[in-house]
Design a protein around this ligand. Structure first.
Ligand SMILES: C[S@@+](CC[C@H](N)C(=O)[O-])C[C@H]1O[C@@H](n2cnc3c(N)ncnc32)[C@H](O)[C@@H]1O
Length: 231
């Protein structure tokens, strides 16, 4: 594809605009690390192992921001594959750039919404899902990424024994998640704490960009939940 917004805007917008975010075109510089073409991504449903060229376990991060967490995880676990969903162009470009600079082989960023994952992830294809510091949407709870409907979808996409890992600075979001989890028979909360950084789990924890901010600037406690898909 030619490096031009003329060919690209229709991927993201319904109508042409006067000004475009320069990172829209920059996304084309990272074909090995960043995907946004809906059709191509949907065609990979159930075949992510072919994309990575191995049969390693597949992990997904939802709302990956500038990519520190998934880049860190993929560097630590070269025997796993990592997909990460993000919507913001600049954050995606920064994430892909980090992966490219270290010539990573097991990571791919996707510009797609969490609400669409069943279109491009197959049944039982995932071994784990990470959701770090999802926007709390205090004024519009229905916009939250983490809600019962996502867990219903993940029930199909996660393997038996697969896990969901959630970090949030928002104490209300944390207790709301714990509350609606009790409605599911097929999930079990196997670990939760309202102060991750004062537990033994802090040792292996890879900090996200937002986590650094909440810790250093606001000295905020970080809530953390691990959920097991039982069957
Ligand atoms: C508060 S930020 C946290 C980013 C990163 N996880 C961190 O901790 O630094 C939430 C991120 O989720 C992304 N996001 C919001 N809604 C989303 C959705 N429906 N699907 C995928 N990503 C989404 C936003 O663009 C944003 O970068």
């Amino acid at each position: 594809m030619e490096n031009s917004i003329d060919n690209l805007w229709q991927h993201f917008f319904t109508f042409p605009r006067k000004n475009y975010n320069p990172y829209v075109v920059k996304m084309l510089d990272y074909p090995e690390y960043l995907g946004f073409d809906k059709e191509k991504i949907n065609e990979t449903k159930g075949k992510w192992n072919d994309h990575f060229g191995n049969n390693n376990p597949l992990y997904l991060e939802i709302g990956s921001g500038s990519g520190n967490f998934t880049n860190g995880m993929s560097e630590r676990h070269e025997d796993r594959n990592y997909l990460a969903l993000e919507l913001r162009f600049k954050r995606l470009v920064m994430s892909a750039d980090k992966a490219k600079r270290r010539e990573a082989k097991n990571i791919f960023f996707i510009r797609r919404k969490a609400e669409e994952i069943e279109n491009f992830i197959g049944e039982n294809e995932l071994d784990g899902v990470y959701i770090n510091f999802a926007d709390p949407w205090d004024e519009k709870l229905k916009n939250r990424v983490i809600q019962a409907s996502l867990f219903k979808t993940l029930e199909v996409l996660l393997k038996k024994g697969g896990k969901i890992f959630i970090k949030t600075d928002h104490d209300g979001y944390y207790s709301d998640i714990l509350e609606f989890m009790s409605e599911f028979d097929n999930y079990e909360v196997i670990y939760n704490t309202s102060d991750l950084h004062n537990t033994e789990k802090a040792i292996d924890n890879i900090k996200t960009e937002f986590e650094e901010l909440f810790l250093c600037k606001h000295n905020k406690n970080i809530n953390y939940i691990e959920i097991l898909k039982i069957k």
